[in-house]
Design a binder for this molecule. Structure first.
Ligand code: MOS
Length: 760
């Protein structure tokens, strides 16, 4: 087994890193007159203070007298919008902002105050007088209040079935000798990226709309704007993927330019503020910037919704799993289709003949939950991996031994071969590193000083997916290449990784490749979600690179002046920036080769037409081990050590991959111990909507966290051998910590986060 370290081959430093650390990088909130060469007004959002009922009146007299005030936009004067299709199930697919006086949730935007500066806009907004009707009785803001609203989910996430049944789970569970029946809860929690949502929007003289914002899907946002403002038919086409597959260009009057994002994590696309700023710019005829406050992000951006799960798992006396049954209720908002795909991993984790997933959704009177890193899988794995530990204990089996006994050698349910699976190596590598095999497995048996010590483990897995994407490569006369595809840099290292893939496939040094990204003027880049960007856009780049090379070689073997004249083009390759025929022993630099051509070479390629369809089972796998210290009286939990080992195919840039994995694990520590957005059960207002009270892990909370990237080549599944490593780091972390706390204390807390008061 080979382990890649951060200094391993391929670990190119972040291309935009220097700009970021020196403050030269521009985020959407930084944009203004000096960077855009147009005057930019500033808008402030005013939010409803109650969840239901309606806005009876809004008095803006004093606002408009305020210094610098330009306009107030409310449901009374806001541009009317047309229905949009939100590919990610976002709230705006069902609820457009400022179209009526009806309220849907507390913190809904009821007005935008626009002024010349942020200070004036804020001061003016304070003068707005709003009158509300009585709120409706019977509102529900938590799953407890809304229990009666639960109904069977037709589909969740990106279309996973709400109900799956394999074999005879109920009978098998009833008949099994060893069984566990447990319930779990997980609290709502928000993405809380460092950068809140921000956007600059303006309309030009020709009626075109341009927006700058951090987004995970520039084309998706452009189509939404096209639909909302009813541009021509071509602009409105909702099925962008169909457009791409049909080879159509997205040539319209809406342009979305994605800035760098200060974190996105699933929360930045198809956002309400995309429409709000564009509406305000239309209303005022001027450029408008809207940057949310931290408080506003709690209701004007999505979050991970609350879940409740029941897990029943059963085994025979030999420790062979007989049944896995999951029932879950998942919170939805007042509008929006999204629900956590909380059952995605249940039937793919272990070899078991009888399995069932039954998911329900309950609409609450809140803003809409949405995608958030490790969507579904995070809460899914917490329940599954905890209940398996309880079952292992009943069987008298070591938790790892139990999992190995039930290792799925082929994909459960389908019987398909895995494209690759190195889970056993993951258990071994991470377990060895953390000292799992040397621990005393007896509950409460280990101490350091007065602190109780506990070890816990969990399996991680995340599905491998691919979407269609397009890339264009221009090989210039100077031998440098420009790569164009509308991908998005959300902090994960996209610019660097895509540049690397292009350089590798073209045979050029990284420094000779320049990526143009994040702009709907560029070829269609897929949605930057689901750990699949390298699969989607990477494949398009690789194919375009092949076309460029073939085109170059074809020219070279035909040019009399070329040293490759008359050679066979299939014997040519580009290595380290030099066109080479090893067979003929001839070589020249790409720039010399290009100088023989009349013009530059430009090629475009679409990949992923079949959405990465494969007859293999395709998942990335990992194993996470936690070592916790628990104070026996104060019940303060410190994750002293967290080691994960992950096999997600080839890591294009091991340093960036490790950074994603460690980041995910740190977030998992937050999910396990801290993260909880508290909603007032009377008013529906998010109460801890600030970074002082909505706890997230800080430097002091994190001791030793490391990720081991297990080298794996998944070329059976994908031409680049990749499976995706963006999200799997967060999957399983909470379960590993919960299991470690049990080992230390004998206490099972089945509600996330595992707060001190729950342990006391
Ligand atoms: Mo990610 S939650 O798929 O943006």
């Amino acid at each position: 087994m080979v382990q890649l370290n951060a200094d391993a081959k391929g670990s190119v430093q972040r291309i935009e890193g220097r700009d970021k650390v020196t403050g030269n990088a521009k985020y959407a909130g930084d944009l203004g007159a000096s960077s855009l060469n147009i005057a930019v007004d500033v808008a402030v959002a005013v939010m409803s203070t109650q969840a239901t009922g309606r806005v009876v009146s809004i008095d803006d007299t004093e606002v408009l007298k305020s210094p610098g005030a330009r306009a107030v936009m409310t449901h009374a004067n806001a541009p009317r919008l047309h229905t949009v299709f939100a590919t990610n199930g976002a709230e705006i697919g069902e609820l457009l902002p400022l179209q009526s006086d009806q309220l849907h949730y507390a913190g809904e935007c009821i007005a935008l105050v626009i002024a010349d500066t942020i200070e004036n806009a804020r001061a003016a907004a304070l003068q707005l007088k709003v009158e509300y009707s009585e709120p409706n009785s019977g509102a529900a803001f938590t799953l407890e209040q809304g229990a009666s609203r639960a109904k069977d989910a037709k589909s969740v996430g990106a279309g996973d079935k709400g109900e799956v049944e394999i074999g005879n789970p109920e009978e098998a569970f009833a008949a099994a000798e060893y069984k566990v029946d447990m319930t779990f809860e997980s609290a709502p929690h928000h993405h809380n990226p460092i950068e809140p949502g921000a956007i600059v929007a303006f309309w030009d003289d020709t009626g075109g709309l341009t927006v700058h914002l951090p987004t995970q899907f520039s084309y998706g946002d452009a189509v939404i704007l096209g639909e909302a403002f009813k541009f021509s038919l071509k602009d409105r086409l909702p099925r962008i993927v169909g457009q791409v597959l049909g080879g159509l260009n997205f040539d319209n009057k809406v342009r979305v330019i994605s800035t760098l994002a200060g974190g996105a994590f699933g929360g930045k696309n198809a956002n309400v503020y995309l429409l709000l700023a564009s509406m305000a710019a239309k209303l005022t005829g001027r450029a408008v910037k809207l940057a949310l406050t931290r408080q506003q992000t709690f209701s004007l951006m999505p979050f991970r919704g609350e879940t409740r799960q029941r897990l029943r798992v059963a085994a025979d006396r030999n420790g062979i799993l007989q049944a896995i049954i999951q029932n879950a209720v998942i919170a939805q908002g007042a509008a929006g289709k999204y629900a956590e795909p909380a059952g995605e991993n249940t039937t793919k984790s272990y070899a078991c003949k009888n399995m069932k997933v039954h998911l329900q959704v309950a609409r609450l009177d809140t803003n809409a939950p949405g995608w958030m890193r490790g969507p579904g899988a995070c809460v899914n794995q917490f329940a599954l991996e905890t209940s398996l530990d309880v079952l292992a204990e009943k069987l008298g089996l070591d938790p790892l031994e139990f999992r190995l006994k039930n290792h799925a050698d082929v994909e459960p349910g389908t019987g398909h071969e895995w494209s690759s699976k190195s889970l056993k190596q993951c258990y071994e590598a991470a377990g060895r590193r953390i000292g799992w095999f040397d621990r005393n497995p007896a509950i409460g048996s280990m101490r350091v000083g007065r602190q109780l010590v506990g070890f816990g483990l969990a399996t991680s897995l995340y599905p491998v997916k691919q979407l269609p994407a397009v890339a264009r490569i221009i090989l210039q006369k100077d031998g440098h290449a420009v790569v164009q595809t509308a991908v998005h840099e959300i902090g994960q290292g996209m610019i660097t990784a895509m540049t690397q893939v292009a350089a590798e496939k073209l045979g050029l040094p990284v420094a000779h490749v320049h990526l143009e990204w994040g702009d709907t003027k560029l070829p269609y880049g897929s949605m930057t979600v689901g750990s699949m960007s390298m699969l989607s856009n990477g494949a398009a780049i690789a194919e375009a690179a092949d076309l460029v090379k073939q085109s170059l070689f074809k020219h070279l073997v035909r040019k009399r002046s070329s040293p490759f004249f008359g050679k066979h083009r299939h014997d040519l390759e580009i290595l380290n920036g030099r066109v080479t025929s090893t067979l003929a022993g001839v070589t020249e630099s790409v720039s010399e080769a290009m100088s023989r051509l009349d013009e530059e070479i430009e090629e475009e390629s679409i990949a992923g037409r079949t959405m990465g369809h494969s007859s293999y089972g395709r998942y990335a796998f990992g194993a996470q081990f936690a070592k916790v210290l628990v104070d026996p009286e104060l019940k303060v939990v410190q994750v002293e050590r967290m080691i994960g080992a992950f096999a997600g195919g080839r890591a294009i840039n091991p340093m960036l991959a490790r950074s994603q994995l460690v980041g995910g694990m740190i977030w998992g520590i937050g999910q396990a111990l801290m993260e909880e957005s508290k909603i007032d059960s009377r008013s529906g207002v998010w109460m801890n909507r600030n970074l002082g009270e909505a706890l997230v892990p800080t430097h002091a909370d994190i001791a030793d966290v490391d990720a081991i990237v297990i080298e794996e080549d998944d070329s059976r599944g994908h031409r680049l051998g990749v499976k995706g490593l963006g999200e799997i780091g967060v999957v399983g972390t909470a379960a590993a910590i919960a299991n470690a706390i049990y080992h230390a204390t004998g206490q099972r807390i089945n509600s996330l986060p595992i707060r001190i008061d729950r342990l006391l």
